[in-house]
Ligand binder design. Structure first.
Ligand code: ADP
Ligand code: MG
Length: 698
């Protein structure tokens, strides 16, 4: 999804876009590319590829290395091998039955022989010419004397491309089709020099040209070239990301329109039903001192699940109210918005502060009325979902914007909300326990307050890891808790939200509700339900009308059902540690002792190690560090945990050095041109727009 600008070759590339040539061959529709056509173009659309440039940026997910074949003798039986040899003889085709023809040929490497077996593909067979040399990739079977390789991938031995790309595919496309098509697309680069980043930067950072990078990311000459190419593309992506983030921040960089005065909020503290922890007080003080400065606060309040972030938000909202400013709190789901609305009402209404709830499910009339009261300044605290960022939502004097569970929002959405005020203060609350170093990278120059202390009297959640054999006992344990009047969660992972997996979760839920738990009310929550249905079920659970909530991972982040005292997690090996920690944070929110039972039917050594960590450690930050050690950073940042645009090739945690360098460059560029509107930054601005248009969270 890059935009490419051909630079003016003869002018020594000094102007990337000065010529204003935007529509290059690379922007032409993929359907005109040789080997594509209208039908296949539709398949490519599914991969997000609509232009030739898009295809060039459809990077391989891995590579097949034909550069170091083994001898036929050394080929490992029953495994995939790469071998090289000469065709000695093509044997006659054997028709086994209708629709099944077997082709065979004998290949030698002058040391031993192997039989190539090809099913049904005369086309593949005809590639093999007696006397010629080939490289084959495929599973080798047989015994030490007689070996066979069936349906191998065949390459001419003298081929230039010995490292073959393996692409993410979709129905209707094959690897070999994609390879040929990408090769055709690469021809578009011939004789042209394309560039996206300023020449000085490329020189300073020792980056290869974009042409080289694209050629070698697809068909690397060797692994060194591949890594040089990758560095370049990773750099581009980070630079774009950095520029985008800084540009977004830049919007709220100026002076704030809501400098606040040093008013006391002691009456708020006095009204609380509990004493705040020191960590909560510190976070509040950080925020208040930010808000008294002349420029907008930009602070992340990070605290483990249950650390009491809502009270911090309430205190800040109270402070803003006393300064005559409105506060908007945005939550990622209706149920969370509802919950915050209730909690904040408890905290703030006693002081005569008007508060309202704005969500998508309100009737049009209701919405209009509420929006009216927001605009008039009648309500001071507004809790809501994305409805808050709708164009028609106008504020009177928005001074503080709080977003909860921020990784669920795109950065853009957050920025949109702050644009509704006059440079309001921003506070982000997150329970995602990201190690500090990584947090700094993601959030850049956001200030961070960490709530590293739990309210007094909180009992740690006792966690057990068991195998499937113990399931019955675990259910017995759950029933005991139910008899004591508690409620329970049972979490079943769905790797993909597909029908098959959903079916099995439904069956599971049916089965346990008819057997073990037939005397109890079992509810089922999954991602295929409409938001309204989900909310209704969650609400029933909150109200105590459901005893056991069977749920896929949609069980909402941050939902507070203090009466839920036990959670069973099935197939717990499928979850990352941090995710398990988040999940188990749904229990242990009341005064009762709470339990989490991790079940696995696949107790490998690795898995046991991981689950042991869960039963030993209850600190989310420590767990995330362990998680990072065990899984590596790549996984940690998987699945859009951070609300940043989806990166294609760069890895936030792996490519840290490139990230650092790219951020340095981004800062320098933005300093000189905060809105990226200078002509020499035009191609970068386009890249930023492209990248951020991919931020599709929610
Ligand atoms: P989270 O940080 O996960 O959003 P919440 O704000 O939902 O946590 O707080 C969890 C629970 O702890 C709530 O029921 C809240 O009322 C309670 N709580 C918050 N702060 C304190 C405190 N200092 N002492 C006792 N209970 C507290
Ligand atoms: Mg919360």
């Amino acid at each position: 999804m890059y935009m490419f600008y051909p630079s003016n070759n003869t002018a020594g590339r000094k102007s990337l876009n000065g010529a204003g040539v935007m529509n290059t061959k690379l922007d032409s529709d993929i359907k005109y590319l040789k080997g594509v056509g209208p039908k296949r173009a539709e398949y490519y659309q599914k991969l997000g590829v609509s232009t030739v440039a898009d295809l060039l940026c459809h990077y391989p997910r891995s590579y097949m290395d034909f550069s170091s074949p083994v001898s036929i003798n050394d080929a490992m039986l029953n495994e995939n091998n790469i071998i090289k040899g000469r065709i000695v003889k093509r044997l006659a085709a054997a028709r086994i039955r209708r629709g099944m023809t077997i082709y065979k040929a004998v290949m030698t490497d002058d040391e031993s022989d192997i039989t190539i077996v090809i099913y049904n593909s005369e086309f593949a067979f005809n590639r093999l010419i007696e006397g010629r040399e080939y490289l084959l990739y495929g599973k080798v079977t047989g015994n030490l004397v007689r070996k066979e390789i069936s349906s191998p991938i065949i390459l001419d031995a003298d081929t230039a491309d010995k490292i073959l790309p393996v692409y993410p595919l979709t129905e209707g496309l094959t690897q070999s089709l994609l390879r040929t098509t990408v090769q055709n697309a690469l021809k578009y680069l011939d004789g042209e020099i394309y560039e996206t980043i300023p020449k000085e930067i490329a020189a300073r950072r020792g980056l290869c040209s974009l042409n080289f990078a694209l050629e070698n990311i697809h068909f690397p000459k060797d692994f060194l070239s591949l890594s040089i190419a990758k560095n370049r593309l990773v750099f581009d992506e980070f630079l774009t990301l950095g520029l985008g983030m800084l540009k977004l921040k830049g919007r709220s960089r100026g002076k704030t329109g809501c400098k606040m005065n040093d008013v006391s909020i002691d009456e708020f503290y006095d009204g609380l039903p509990f004493k705040l922890t020191n960590a909560q007080l510190n976070a509040i003080n950080d925020c208040i001192s930010d808000m008294k400065k002349g420029y907008p606060m930009n602070r992340l309040v990070q605290g483990d699940v249950g650390s009491g972030k809502t009270a911090v938000a309430a205190a800040c909202a109270f402070f803003a109210c006393k300064n005559g400013c409105q506060t908007a709190l945005m939550a990622p789901t209706e149920i969370l918005a509802n919950q915050h609305y209730k909690t904040l009402s408890d905290f703030l209404v006693p002081f005569g502060i008007k508060i309202c709830l704005l969500t998508g499910s309100l009737t049009a009339k209701n919405k209009r009325e509420i929006k009216e009261s927001i605009k008039s300044g009648e309500v001071l605290v507004i809790v809501g979902t994305h409805a808050l960022v709708e164009d028609s939502t106008e504020f009177d004097n928005l001074g503080l914007v709080i977003t909860d569970e921020q990784h669920r929002f795109g950065v853009e959405q957050r920025a949109n909300l702050s644009n509704k005020g006059n440079n309001p203060h921003c506070m982000v609350m997150s329970a995602t326990p990201i190690p500090r170093t990584l947090a700094l990278m993601i959030y850049g120059d956001l200030d961070i307050s960490i709530i590293n202390e739990f309210p007094k009297g909180r009992k740690p959640i006792e966690t057990f890891a068991i195998t499937g054999k113990g399931r019955e006992r675990a259910f017995g344990f759950v029933i005991q808790r139910l008899k004591e009047g508690r409620q329970a969660y049972i979490v079943c992972p769905m790797i993909e939200e597909n029908d098959l997996e959903l079916q099995s979760v439904k069956e599971y839920s049916d089965k346990i509700s008819r057997s073990y738990f037939k005397e109890y009310r079992v509810g089922l929550l999954h991602g295929r339900l409409k938001p309204k249905q989900k909310d209704a079920i969650m609400q029933e659970f909150k109200n105590g009308n459901i005893d056991i909530l069977v749920s896929t991972t949609v069980v909402e982040v941050g939902v507070d059902v203090p009466n839920a005292a036990v959670m069973v997690i099935e197939n717990s090996e499928r979850f990352g540690l941090s995710q398990l920690h988040q999940l188990r944070g749904r229990v242990g929110r009341g005064s009762e002792k709470s339990y989490c039972i991790l079940i696995t039917d696949n107790p490998t050594e690795e898995c046991v190690k991981r689950l042991k960590i869960m039963s030993k450690i209850s600190d989310g930050f420590k767990i995330s560090e362990e998680d990072l050690k065990l899984r590596g950073p790549g996984d940690f940042f998987g699945s859009r945990q951070h609300g940043l645009p989806a990166l294609k090739i760069a890895d936030m945690a792996e490519d840290t050095e490139i990230l650092r360098q790219a951020q340095e460059e981004a800062r320098a560029i933005i300093k000189d041109d905060p809105t990226l509107s200078k002509p020499e930054n035009k191609s970068l601005a386009e890249l930023v727009d492209k990248l951020f248009s991919r931020t599709i969270d929610n």
